[in-house]
Design a protein around this ligand. Sequence first.
Ligand code: HEM
Length: 457
Amino acid sequence: MSQVHPCRRTTRPGSHCTCGSFTKAAGAWGEFERTHDLTDITSADFLSKVGKKTKVLARLSTVAGEKGASDTVRDIRGFALKLFTDEGNHDIVGNDLPVFFIRDPVKFPSLNRSHKRHPQTNVADSSMFWDHHNNNQEGIHCLMQLFGPRGIPASLCNIGFFGVEPDGAFKYVKIHFKPDAGVTTLDDKEAARLAGEEPDYHVKDLYNAIESWIPRKPRLTASTSSMRPRYGAIGSSKHSDYPLVPVGKLTLNKNPDNYFQDVEQAAFSPSTLVPGIGPSADILLQARMFSYPDAARYRVGPNYQQLPPNRAKYVYSPYQRDGPATINGNYVSKFTSEVEEADFEQSRELWKIYLKAGTDQVFIDNVSGHLKKAIPEVQKKTIKMFARVDEDTSNRIEKKLSEQDAGPDHVKAPNDAAGSSPAFLHLFYTLARTYPFLNMILNRIEVDRMVSLKWHH
Ligand code: HEM
């Protein structure tokens, strides 16, 4: 086994994304509507209320064919969905076949390259294709699906998609999306004709289906099945063993205004998850969780999350910032984490050590010397935090602060410190720089404002 980091091995240049050029795709905006109760399985907000609608972006792609390739070629189709939920983005990155070729992620670049162009001739090569599969026979089920009647979709309005089954001993959920109008496919002969005469057959069809006077908007039913998987990514359990539970409806109803902006720059990842839905321990999925964002940083750029197709309504990593093509301005944060009493136990012991060693005053001076430049609302919260370590520590910091005569660093609180300040506080801060006694008054004003994690969407 080579020593190359798995993340690199699984992405460039051998992934679906070949050195910056994406596979051929069509894309559309739409909405996901929750139709059935699922609260026994997840607390995810977008699945919490029957009737709740969530904006989505879908990218329906080939695996082998790059831009300019013919649509009606036998190939797996990707169906990547981004749900812009109130808790952040949630991506579902599935395929139109319910099974996959490999269960070991390290084989992914070889699998993918074997379905693309030969490095010498720059033409797809059957020997290379089959040589790969001859040597990696765990993918036989997927091969049989690909070469069966379902291998060439007739229309992107009539394909469904699936998450692959996880590998492991726990109870998992597999996601299915099935087109309400049924799955339709082409035979080899018709597909070959269209590949020559109408190479963009699928992309045109999806666009026109949404735009037509009598629209044929793709509508899919989402279902889940709870399962105890046996085969991992290469298996597909019988629905009779694991019945499908309906979840919601997906409708694609709006074509992108600019293809490159909305579809080429879209970046999906199975690691984009909302609270209430977690990844399984399946190693294929674990590898994908790193591989997609790595590809996106390379293909689109480090700030791809800020672009229109990827920008979340709410973010949970407000401290991620700067770098080329930053366009989101200043982040606004109110970042809270869950803490327990145990988190303060060791600090309490350390405080006792300081007291014993006589370094307690140094600590108080150091903290207050730094904290004195923060705005009062931040100071208040820091004092409260130290009270959880020890009341005496907190009182001493507060007292020391009241003796200081410095104002806050910025006369107007920057957004990223604690949210923008009301105008009257702004005036106070300004005056406090000249009249230090005002700091004491400010210290008495408790301002407890929750600042949303909202980005402009
Ligand atoms: C170890 C296994 C896999 C690895 C390492 C992997 C990696 C990747 C990478 C790097 C991309 C390009 C992403 C980009 O350029 O933004 C990609 C695209 C894609 N993959 Fe995979 N993949 C794996 C297996 C799968 C499986 C099992 C599925 C389906 C169940 C899948 C579905 C897709 C789809 C739909 C896309 C296109 C996403 C888009 O439209 O942006 N992949 N994959």
